[in-house]
Design a protein around this ligand. Structure first.
Ligand code: UDX
Ligand code: ADP
Length: 458
């Protein structure tokens, strides 16, 4: 069968994989290939054991794989063969040199731009999918055109707004699709090509267009605003614990104002994930670059509150557990940075586990999907850490349980049974406010939610 278009995505990660699977699923008339340098990852995309856990992803991949969706490591051949190339390689925070700990590390992305230039034999539309610092498209254009190989390139910015755990729903029914392009005739033509792809399933009024720099910046700002809401409610949670208020009641009252809205106001042990911190640091770095230090300080405050919230969680445990955690068995319920994913990048659980080990606690970790990543994250830590699949076994013999991830299954656990198996006095620290705090107190637990005064039996 002849395909209408050949689409390539470089980078088969949490963004590239699901996004391309959705395009292939919705558009059988296109041939969609996803490539990666990581051979093992590609092998898993071609197997029944996909490299990422995402509700609904298996079905979408199975429906299109082998028909018009392909996973491959033949990067050069696929660059040559495709008309549209999405770039979805990782852009972590730089760990070395100038801008370390702040700026984006663009080495993977730079390498990809050069590889495209080397192997392109015909005109290509390049689509930036990874979140990148503002003006990266310009740098991409410069690399692509630095050697005249006789082919033209149009670079578009098309940031992905999907959230992990709801990626398939977000891709299928996005609030908006944003496409940034140059305002030249060629730029607008490339933009229209991409609009046509999304218009196969996204209503046209939700596909919005802008210039490239606005598009790049919008992605950083969207994440900064979302993270800011969490830090705002988390800062208030600290006050609620002191002032006998209940942060959930406050959030409900505030969120019912339609100008504020009720989403993303769940106080927690802190936000995690690969995007929020990285994107805010990026924003801060750009602001400092332009000498906008007040603006940079303002956004940096969002991260400072998140760090404060994580540290506060540990200090509270230490305080109420009689100022020592040494040799105490503490069970972390959940390790993923949020429910419905196995991803642990920047998970607050990593911080909590490390601090508990520093306090010489015996740490037991359980999670339905993230134990492999948790083992990897903590492999160099030393200390007493174990990983247990069954939550009842994980809790048995513990002095305290700390909820790190809001997995639905934890709500339904038999806490009477867990209480009986624990060392007394038994504590619950609910870092996600998902449990029945009154019920737990009645069972006998000493209960410490986020943003509500704790209750003890002593
Ligand atoms: C985020 C953005 O939502 C998404 O649009 C962007 O494309 C990528 O970054 P993601 O990191 O996958 O998505 O998950 P998100 O649902 O935003 O949660 C981020 C973190 O905030 C998680 O640790 C979550 O538990 C925490 N969170 C979220 C809270 O602590 N409270 C809330 O009310 C909401
Ligand atoms: P994200 O969450 O943004 O999707 P991931 O780290 O999950 O980020 O995925 C990025 C993917 O990009 C990884 O699978 C990595 O192996 C891949 N990658 C990095 N550099 C290259 C490259 N030069 N060519 C192909 N793939 C690359």
């Amino acid at each position: 069968m002849g395909f209408e278009k050949r689409i390539l995505c470089i980078g088969a990660g949490y963004v590239g994989g699901p996004t391309m699977a959705m395009i292939a699923h919705k558009c059988p008339q296109y041939r969609v290939t996803v490539v990666d340098i990581d051979h093992e990852r590609i092998a898993r995309w071609n197997s029944d054991d996909l490299p990422i856990f995402e509700p609904g992803l298996d079905e979408v991949v199975k429906a299109a794989r082998g028909r018009n969706l392909f996973f491959s490591t033949e990067i050069e051949r696929e660059i040559e063969a495709s008309e549209i190339i999405f770039v979805s390689v990782n852009t972590p925070t730089k760990a070395f040199g100038a801008g370390a700990g702040m700026a984006a590390d663009l080495q993977y992305w730079d390498r990809t731009a050069r590889q495209i230039r080397e192997h392109a034999r015909s005109h290509k539309i390049i689509v930036e999918k990874s979140t990148l610092p503002v003006k990266t498209a310009q740098a991409m254009e410069r690399i692509l055109t630095a050697e005249d190989n006789g082919v033209g390139f149009d670079v578009l910015s098309n940031p992905e707004f999907l959230a992990e755990g709801t990626a398939i729903k977000d891709l299928e029914d996005p609030d908006r699709v944003l496409i940034g392009s140059r305002q030249t005739p060629e730029g607008l033509k490339a933009r229209d090509t991409l609009v046509e792809i999304y218009a196969n399933w996204v209503p046209r009024e939700r596909i919005i267009c802008s210039n490239i720099w606005s598009s790049e910046l919008s992605k950083l700002v969207a994440n900064a605003f979302l993270a800011q809401r969490i830090s705002s409610i988390n800062s208030i949670s600290a006050l609620c614990e002191k002032a006998d208020a209940d942060v959930q009641e406050v959030a409900r009252a505030v969120g019912m104002d339609s100008r504020v809205g009720d989403r993303f106001l769940n106080a927690s042990v802190g936000f995690g994930g690969s995007c929020f911190k990285k994107d805010i640091l990026n924003l801060v770095y750009i602001c400092r670059h332009y000498d906008l230090n007040e603006v940079a300080d303002y956004w940096e405050g969002v991260i400072r509150i998140n760090d404060f919230q994580k540290e506060r969680f540990i200090l509270n445990m230490l305080d109420v557990m009689f100022n020592t955690l040494a040799q105490k068995r503490i069970c972390l319920l959940g390790f993923a940075f949020k429910a419905d994913t196995g991803d642990t990048r920047e998970s607050p659980a990593i911080f909590v586990a490390k601090r508990l080990v520093e306090e010489r606690a015996t740490v037991v970790i359980t999670d339905p999907k993230a134990l492999d990543n948790a083992r990897e994250d903590l492999k160099e830590l030393g200390g007493e850490i174990s990983f247990v699949e069954d939550p009842y076994q994980a809790c048995a013999g513990s002095c305290a349980i700390a909820v790190m991830t809001e997995w639905g299954i934890y709500r339904g656990l038999d806490f009477e049974r867990i209480y009986r198996s624990m060392s007394k006095p038994a504590f619950v620290f609910d870092g996600r406010n998902i449990l029945d705090h009154e019920g737990l107190f009645q069972i006998g637990f000493n209960v410490f939610p986020i943003g509500k005064p704790g209750r003890t039996h002593f």
